[in-house]
Design a protein around this ligand. Structure first.
Ligand code: COA
Length: 313
């Protein structure tokens, strides 16, 4: 451990950090393009001594890293959340584990958070606020050792979330459509159109404050309106979902309109469209426990279970 130095991420570290990532986080491979997009292009990532991206270097070469995030820009209308910090990812090369490298990275991160007056740290975040999102939390099965380590570092499980999936080829659209309408409130489900964009954004800002707004704006800006559905009740937007290829979400219905099968009608139509666009599966990485029951009715099964952790400083 004495030969390991903790420092900020440097330009020339990228390929070595990616090597560590792919050796340590086997269930979540990372490539150069996504790393550059997700870290270096993130407006909250400021290169330099205060980047929060810590690298553990052994003989000058990265053998571990930890990303600690503080928001430098407002999370849509929610603000910069000045008391919060986030750790979206940490990894130590398998050959260098159990020698205190992870602990040294965590100590550096905690120092960083304290300098920035943070009171509560999340691994990795919550619905509406998960900056630097890679996965919702620690995969309890794939990274069981990582979970033990976080406990040792003083984190506790706040709640859990699950990833789910199913094939689309045998998704019975007719049966599920009938079921989703029976006993529910009839709403108009439609693809997002230019003349509804503003209503859609107003609905999101009010019903789902935070980073879903950013995700929706990115989607609309990309021009892929065909991957957004809205639900209208008496002409008012009461729910929506978006997806990317086979990757479903985010997805939400106004709290006061829940339990009236609006979500079911949205989901069935989304799967129909995903399949029509040649999607063979439908999957998502993040549903809080209670929402998982909803998807179970449509034959999705759990593929991963995540622990969302918290530590108060
Ligand atoms: C989690 C991880 C970063 C820990 O790195 P590390 O350098 O091995 O951690 P440390 O040496 O500082 O461990 C400190 C203590 O934590 C506990 N601990 C660490 N790894 C553990 C494991 N696999 N099983 C049980 N306890 C563990 C031990 O008490 C250890 O002290 P000890 O070795 O004296 O018993 C590393 O295991 C890793 O990269 N895992 C894969 C990636 C991952 O799980 N990331 C989390 C998802 S973001």
């Amino acid at each position: 451990m004495s030969a390991v130095q903790i420092r900020t991420l440097e330009s020339a570290d990228v390929s070595a950090v990616l090597k560590v990532w792919n050796r340590a986080l086997k269930r979540d491979p990372m490539n150069e393009g996504r790393f550059i997009g997700g870290v270096l292009c993130d407006a909250d990532y400021w290169p330099g001594d205060d980047s929060g991206f810590f690298v553990a270097a052994h003989a000058g070469r990265p053998v571990g890293f930890l990303r600690a995030i503080i928001r430098r820009h407002s999370n849509d209308r929610v603000g910069v959340e000045p008391e919060l910090g986030w750790i979206p990812v940490v990894a130590v090369d398998p050959e260098h584990r159990r020698g205190g490298v992870g602990t040294a990275l965590m100590n550096a991160a905690i120092g960083h958070f304290k300098r920035h007056n943070r009171k509560r740290i999340w691994v990795c975040g919550n619905t509406g606020s998960a900056p630097g999102y890679v996965f919702p939390g620690v995969d309890k099965d794939a990274y069981a050792g990582g979970l033990t380590w976080f406990h040792k570092m003083g984190f506790r499980i706040d709640h859990e979330s699950i990833a789910m999936a199913r094939g689309t080829f045998d998704f019975d659209v007719a049966a599920f459509t009938a079921e989703s309408r029976a006993g529910g409130t009839a709403v108009q489900i439609m693809g997002l159109t230019a003349d509804r964009v503003q209503d859609f954004f107003s609905f999101l800002a009010e019903a789902f404050p935070g980073d879903w707004n950013t995700a929706a704006r990115m989607k609309v800006r990309s021009g892929a309106l065909g991957e957004v559905l809205i639900a209208l009740l008496d002409g008012r937007v009461v729910g929506y979902c978006q997806w990317e290829g086979e990757h479903f979400g985010p997805f939400g219905v106004r709290p006061e309109v829940r339990n009236r099968k609006v979500g079911a009608q949205l989901f069935v139509e989304a799967v129909r469209r995903i399949r029509a666009a040649d999607g063979r599966t439908v999957w998502f990485n993040w549903a809080d426990d209670d929402v998982a029951r909803f998807y179970g009715r449509f034959g999705l099964t759990a593929t991963r279970q995540f622990a969302i952790l918290v530590k108060d400083l």
